[in-house]
Write a protein that binds this ligand. Structure first.
Ligand code: NIG
Ligand code: FE
Length: 407
């Protein structure tokens, strides 16, 4: 057992609903608090002096200076396993070049596929570990990581093995997802339906056999896979025992509906979701994941987070960190900007990057500082929790705890 403290404020996020809008008045903020931890879990959060009196013989891990603490974050959508760099895509896009012009000049997803195919598993693993470390230092202790720049059996496996290998190198929780259905590779001999069948018949069985991922993702979009073939793909992946998630409604509407119909755990992007589909999604158990990093990276509109919450949906926020559309990889910065443009309360943003995003990955044991939850926390040198979003990411954590241990 140990007590960490004192903290000027601890924002526990306790007793908040999984879905729907939240007011800041609903936040539980314990002033002058201590956090009691035993075997990786929270025992209780209470007034520091009260805790010390109640548990006089428990070790004290004393904080330095004025700090606040809150639950550590979950980034439930990333593509941080990749090789190469697409700075040129970014420059061209900003200078007004079209998607086609960028692809023709050697950019786009296919360029990341070529670089990732050329990289060794060890090279991928090394750069991946650096990006994981970057995320953990931001206070993100649960990280989803997709494959999807291999797009053929050996390369998809190479990516997933690099991701799984990284589990040995970090105390953070890593969740690999197979995104072999990111796009039909240019060198595949057949149509998109045939490629999806190839993934189902040749890729997913090995992924399952080698325990490389328990989740499957697909990019449903005009430029990638169409709704009907995607639905058949998702249903078969689900029947194999995979949890499913979808890149939905990024540029054209219609695919979040497919995600809900297939019982996907989450539908991510949603920049183009129609009002009718917002309602359909919000009434389902599929988590709506906003990816403001892609909106910022592409200069697109933001996902309709306000409408999703008002309609009672489960809204999570993730970075989508990838070499193309979302190169920034800063969760608090992006969530804070989304809040400004979508008019979200601080409670809604914090819920979206903690227990609601953890739920998108199937975890209900984290993202809240209350009894029995995982002692993953992020601490900041400040006297007011509001400064975290106010500084739009410029206020960096002074400490990150994973299972009660300082990172
Ligand atoms: O989530 N939308 C599709 N996939 C990624 C982008 C990947 C890339 O551009 O490399 C996304 O934005
Ligand atoms: Fe993505």
């Amino acid at each position: 057992m140990k007590i960490i403290g004192p903290f000027k404020q601890v924002v526990t996020l306790a007793d908040l609903p999984l879905r729907g809008s939240l007011k800041d008045e609903q936040l539980e903020i314990i002033e002058n608090a201590g956090i009691l931890i035993e075997s990786c879990k929270i025992v209780k959060v209470d007034n520091f002096e009260t805790l010390r009196k109640e548990f006089p013989n428990v070790t004290l891990e004393e904080t330095e200076g004025e700090q606040i603490a809150m639950p550590a974050f979950t980034d439930c959508h990333t593509h941080i396993c990749f090789a190469g760099n697409r700075a040129n895509d970014f420059s061209m896009r900003n200078a007004g070049k079209t998607y086609l012009e960028i692809a023709e000049s050697g950019g786009g997803i296919w360029s990341s596929v070529k670089h990732t195919r050329e990289a060794t598993e060890e090279e991928l693993h090394k750069t991946l570990c650096t990006r994981i470390d970057d995320l953990v230092r931001q206070g993100i202790t649960t990280i989803e990581i997709k494959s999807g720049y291999g797009l053929k059996l050996d390369c998809e496996l190479k990516m997933l093995r690099a991701i799984n290998h990284a589990k040995e190198k970090t105390p953070a929780k890593l969740i690999p997802t197979c995104l072999a259905a990111h796009m039909k590779p240019k060198d595949f001999n057949g149509d998109s339906e045939e490629y999806l069948n190839y993934v189902l018949e040749y890729v997913l069985p090995v992924v399952q056999e080698e325990h490389l991922a328990e989740r499957v993702d697909i990019f449903i979009e005009k430029s990638a896979f169409q709704p009907e073939e995607s639905k058949a793909f998702l249903e078969r992946a689900k029947a194999m025992g995979f949890e499913i998630t979808v890149h939905a409604d990024q540029f054209t509407p219609g695919s979040s509906r497919v995600a809900v119909e297939c019982g996907a755990k989450s539908a991510d992007h949603l920049e183009a979701t129609s009002d009718e589909d917002i309602d359909y999604l919000a009434k389902s158990n599929t988590v709506a994941v906003a990816l403001p990093g892609a909106s910022i990276g592409l200069g697109d509109s933001f996902a309709p987070a306000r409408k999703i919450l008002d309609a009672g949906g489960i809204l999570a926020i993730a970075t989508d960190w990838n070499p193309g559309s979302a190169p920034m990889g800063k969760l608090v910065t992006q969530a804070s900007i989304l809040a400004t443009f979508q008019k979200l309360s601080t409670a809604e943003v914090l819920a979206g990057i903690t227990f609601r995003s953890a739920y998108a990955l199937g975890f209900e044991d984290r993202g809240v500082l209350s009894e029995g939850k995982r002692a993953d926390m992020v601490c900041y040198k400040t006297d007011n929790y509001q400064n975290v979003l106010y500084r739009q990411g410029a206020l960096e954590p002074c400490a990150v705890y994973i299972k009660g241990e300082k990172y």
